[in-house]
Write a protein that binds this ligand. Structure first.
Ligand SMILES: [Fe+2]
Ligand SMILES: [Fe+2]
Length: 258
C-alpha cells in the first residue's frame, strides 16, 4: 500500500464533536434555507453506505489499497451524517437514522436495479474503477465546496466550526480519489476515454440520484447561484481538469449556471 494511503487510513477518525455546543442552536437557530440544505447534506452523508455497497459490487473490491480507504471513508461519512443530524435534531427535525430508514425502504427496488447495473457494468468495462475514482474525486470536491458555501451563508459560529472539521476530512477524501484517478487515467487511454465520456454524459450533483429534484435545484441555487458560488464551481472544474484526459471538461459551472 502506498505511504499516502497508509497515512490517510491511519489518520482516519470519528469526527470530533464533543466540544460543539449543539444547544446554541436553541438560542440562535439556523435560517430555514440553511436548514433545508443541511437536511439534504445529512441524508446524502447517511446514504454513503449504500454507495459503498454498489462500489464494492464492482472490481474495485479487488484492490486492497482502495478497500482500505473505503473502510475508513464509510466510517468518516457515517459520523458526518450523525453530526449534521444533531444540528437538525436541535431544531426539532427528525434524526438521520429515521430519515435514512425511510429513504432506503422507499428505494428498495431502484437500489436492487442499481446494484445489478454496477455488477454487470464492472463485468464488461475493465476501466470502470478509473471512472469511480474520478467520479469520487468530483463528488468530494463539490461536497467540500458546498459545506464552505453553507458556512459562509449561514453565518453561525457553531455550524461554521462543525463544517470546518467535516471539510478537513473531505479534503483527505479528495486527496485519495484524485491520486487514484490520476494514476489510473495516466496509465490507460481507454480509461481516459471512458471516464471523460461517463462524466460528461452521466455526472450529476451528489445526492441527485436519491433526493427529490426540487431539493437538488434549491441546493444548487442557494449555495452556488451567487458570484462566490459560481467562482467555487469554476474552481472545481479547473481542479478536475488537471486530471489526465479530463482537460477542459466543464461540468459544475454550466450546471449551477442553469
Ligand atoms: Fe462527508
Ligand atoms: Fe467525503
Amino acid at each position: 500500500m502506498s505511504t499516502s494511503t497508509t497515512s490517510l487510513v491511519e489518520r482516519s477518525a470519528r469526527l470530533e464533536v464533543g466540544d460543539i455546543d449543539f444547544k446554541a442552536f436553541a438560542d440562535q437557530p439556523l435560517d430555514p434555507d440553511s436548514l433545508r440544505c443541511l437536511r439534504y447534506m445529512c441524508d446524502v452523508e447517511s446514504h454513503t453506505i449504500c454507495y459503498l455497497r454498489e462500489v464494492l459490487a464492482t472490481r474495485v473490491h479487488q484492490d486492497p489499497e482502495v478497500t482500505a480507504f473505503l473502510a475508513t471513508w464509510g466510517y468518516e461519512e457515517y459520523w458526518h451524517g450523525e453530526a449534521l443530524s444533531r444540528v437538525l435534531e436541535a431544531h426539532g427535525r427528525p434524526s438521520a437514522p429515521e430519515r435514512a430508514g425511510q429513504l432506503r425502504r422507499s428505494r428498495r427496488a431502484k437500489d436492487q436495479v442499481r446494484l445489478l447495473l454496477f455488477t454487470l457494468g464492472s463485468a464488461v468495462l475493465p476501466d470502470l474503477p478509473a471512472v469511480h475514482m474520478a467520479w469520487g474525486a468530483l463528488n468530494e470536491m463539490t461536497t467540500q465546496a458546498g459545506y464552505a458555501r453553507l458556512a459562509a451563508k449561514a453565518q453561525h459560529p457553531q455550524l461554521t466550526e462543525l463544517l470546518r472539521r467535516i471539510m478537513r476530512q473531505e479534503g483527505r477524501h479528495i486527496d485519495f480519489y484524485t491520486a487514484q484517478a490520476r494514476a489510473r487515467l495516466a496509465a490507460s487511454a481507454s480509461a481516459r476515454r471512458l471516464t471523460r465520456f461517463a462524466l460528461r454524459r452521466f455526472w450529476a450533483p451528489v445526492g441527485s440520484g436519491v433526493m427529490p429534484e426540487p431539493e437538488v435545484r434549491f441546493l444548487a441555487r442557494h449555495l452556488f447561484g451567487d458570484l462566490a458560488g459560481q467562482e467555487a464551481a469554476r474552481r472545481i472544474d479547473r481542479q478536475l481538469g488537471r486530471l489526465p484526459g479530463l482537460e477542459g471538461l466543464r461540468l459544475v459551472e454550466p450546471l449551477v449556471a442553469a
